[in-house]
Design a protein around this ligand. Structure first.
Ligand code: AMP
Length: 198
């Protein structure tokens, strides 16, 4: 991470759209946590991000706020994919985004293993703005063209060290191959091994 990074000590200073700011406050967040002070705005400005912070320090809201700010809710298209290594975590992310985006008109889909494929497909046919899921199901939906890869502009890897571990790395590679090459990427992780940077 760069040393000369700007610190935003309040959510108001981040120039967020008004309904998003209202959602953050009404969810009960008053001030940004340390990672939020540093990592929300650089992603909003269009940079790819690698952000490291321990669990429980507000990583989920970090990428959720950046992503919601950059999303165009007036455009009916699939714009972002969030990858998670467990179904439970994917569901938690969905809950956080639903809460923070309560004043925005956003459609969110959960594409995880262990759920009915037909329901998953019909939700995707409804064109969600954000798709949150586990690698296997997301790849399946991409391969079968239920996810419209051409309109996806942002890809988030939560617990990126897990997603880039041996278990998932091939699927992640295939997901990247399926998406536009100029996609904006955010990697968020509590730990980072050397493999991470290869
Ligand atoms: P996470 O690290 O994303 O799992 O978040 C840990 C906990 O901190 C969750 O309960 C969040 O709702 C909470 N949290 C995240 N950001 C803030 C904030 N700015 N103010 C208060 N609580 C927060």
């Amino acid at each position: 991470m760069t040393d000369n990074i700007d610190i935003y000590e309040s959510f108001e200073d981040m120039n967020l759209k008004e309904p998003l700011l209202r959602g953050i406050f009404s969810y009960g967040y008053e001030n940004p946590s340390s990672i939020q002070q540093k990592a929300i705005v650089p992603f909003i400005e269009g940079n790819d991000i690698i952000a490291q912070a321990q669990s429980g320090t507000g990583k989920t809201a970090t990428f959720s706020i950046s992503l919601l700010q950059n999303l165009n809710e007036h455009e009916n298209s699939m714009q972002a994919i969030i990858l998670s290594h467990t179904r439970e975590l994917a569901l938690q992310i969905k809950n956080v985004i639903e809460n923070i985006s309560s004043y925005l008109k956003i459609k969110i889909n959960l594409s995880v293993g262990g759920t009915r494929i037909n329901e998953n497909i019909s939700e995707l046919n409804n064109i969600p703005h954000i798709i949150i899921g586990t690698p296997g199901r997301i790849l399946d939906m991409l391969n079968k063209n239920y996810i419209n890869r051409n309109t996806i502009r942002m890809l988030i890897l939560d617990e990126a060290d897990e997603l880039l571990s041996k278990i998932f790395v091939n699927q992640i590679y295939d997901i990247f191959k399926n998406l536009p090459s100029d996609i904006q990427v955010g990697l968020y992780s509590a730990t980072m091994t050397q493999d991470f940077f290869k």
